[in-house]
Design a protein around this ligand. Structure first.
Ligand SMILES: Cc1cc2nc3c(=O)[nH]c(=O)nc-3n(C[C@H](O)[C@H](O)[C@H](O)COP(=O)(O)O)c2cc1C
Length: 392
């Protein structure tokens, strides 16, 4: 988002105050934000709030601006236009192509991606007129960020509450990103699994799922239909991604075969536990014993089974290794019939539970691309670039 030029239109609804928080977030992420308020929006929030947050002039009228034709300049300079909150009135005006103030005139002159986030009373939202206008906008290629069900300003609960900021930001990021994975189905596994030892104890590992979550967010940003199969983690799944939560290796196995077998790209970044207690105790083990014996048995090999049934899908595995890592990883790739493998060097505390990682992608007999040492977000983008290149 660094350096991105964003035009933000604010409508006259109660959620106008949330547009100020959104502006602050966009500015903190490095975006340059120009703000237009409708005349009605000015009744809810002051232009001063936005000019203070953006350190730029804020626009409210076609006629008061210091220049002759502000609406054309503003949309030409922007890469994406965003309407938050979009009132029922603005949704209707956009659908009809009306242009009777600065915001609607600028949006009618826009040749850039348009993101509209409606917020209104439930009855207004459900009104057939509003729904038909939203369908028109969708069909014309507007990205509509649907409102949520929840507390509304009238003191009641219903549908019409402005989408949370995370979904608004995800829609802007998507609008700013070339849709290189549009029409592609991507399945990603992430996180650890937990294998019960008794009802309160388990065998697991230190995976947080951060790499897979970053990959899912990046693939969705590029327009893919993403399914994330996620083991137990504290991380929230990214917005716009369909998430299947699992706990054990067996559940991971079943979810992967049900959801990933038909995918165009599968990235298996989950750290599936390799051994589980053979006979978990139905009762909590008492502490009295000084030592106990537990027999571990192998869990199902999710990746090998998936690769065997993948059809035309491109399957990428992950290997976390501490020694002789590239040779072991290439051997694993060939043994499991994967198309490529991302090698995660987990020496010196890297990889698990940290923000940074080091990845090398291997394919075929000798294909190799060093993706460098970087944040998991940067590595997710580089890995998807490399996978897109290999699929060509
Ligand atoms: C207190 C109050 C709150 C309002 N909240 C909303 C709202 O959340 N969503 C909406 O669509 N309209 C809301 N309206 C109605 C709009 O302000 C009205 O339709 C206005 O003409 C919209 O102007 P604009 O679309 O040019 O910003 C509200 C009106 C009042 C008086």
């Amino acid at each position: 988002m660094k350096g991105a030029r964003i035009l933000l239109g604010v409508g006259g609804g109660i959620a106008a105050y949330k547009a100020a928080a959104l502006t602050s977030t966009l500015v903190q992420r490095g975006a340059v934000v120009d703000v237009i308020l409708t005349a009605e929006a000015e009744r809810f929030i002051s232009p001063l709030t936005f000019s203070s947050l953006t350190a730029r002039p804020v626009y409210t009228s076609l006629w008061d601006a210091p220049e002759r034709i502000p609406h054309i300049r503003l949309v030409r300079e922007a890469q994406v236009a965003l309407v938050v909150p979009a009132t029922a009135n603005l949704v209707a005006k956009l659908a009809l192509g009306l242009a009777d103030d600065l915001l609607t005139t600028a949006l009618l002159a826009a040749r850039i991606p348009l993101v509209v986030a409606p917020a209104m009373n439930e009855a207004m939202y459900e009104n057939a007129a509003t729904q038909e206008h939203l369908a028109t906008l969708r069909a014309r290629g507007f990205a509509i960020v649907d409102p949520e069900r929840g507390y509304l300003a009238e003191g009641e609960s219903g549908i019409g509450r402005l989408a949370p900021e995370e979904r608004l930001i995800a829609a802007v990021e998507r609008a700013l990103t070339p849709q290189t994975l549009a029409g592609t189905r991507v399945a990603i596994t992430a996180g650890p699994t937990r294998e019960a030892f008794d009802p309160v104890r388990f065998v697991s590992n230190a995976s947080t799922g951060a790499t897979g979550v970053a990959l899912a967010r990046e693939a969705a940003k590029r327009g893919a239909a993403v399914t994330l199969i996620l083991g137990p983690t504290l991380l929230a799944p990214p917005s716009g991604v369909s998430t299947v939560h699992v706990a054990t290796a067996q559940e991971m196995h079943d979810a992967v075969l049900a959801n990933a077998a038909g995918a165009d790209i599968v990235i298996a970044s989950a750290a599936v536990v390799d051994w589980r207690p053979g006979t978990p105790s139905p009762q909590k083990q008492k502490k009295g014993e000084r030592s106990i014996d537990v027999r571990l048995e192998a869990t199902p090999d999710v990746l090998a089974e998936l690769a065997a049934r993948k059809g035309k899908g491109f399957v990428v595995g992950f290997a976390a290794e501490t020694d002789d890592h590239e040779r072991s990883a290439r051997e694993k790739m060939q043994r499991k019939h994967l198309d490529a493998i991302a090698v995660n060097d987990v020496r010196d505390g890297r990889g698990f539970g940290t923000g940074e990682n080091a990845l090398v992608l291997l394919w075929g007999e000798s294909g190799r691309k060093d993706l460098g040492v970087a944040s998991k977000e940067t590595l997710a983008a580089r890995l998807l670039d490399a996978i897109e290149e290999l699929r060509k």
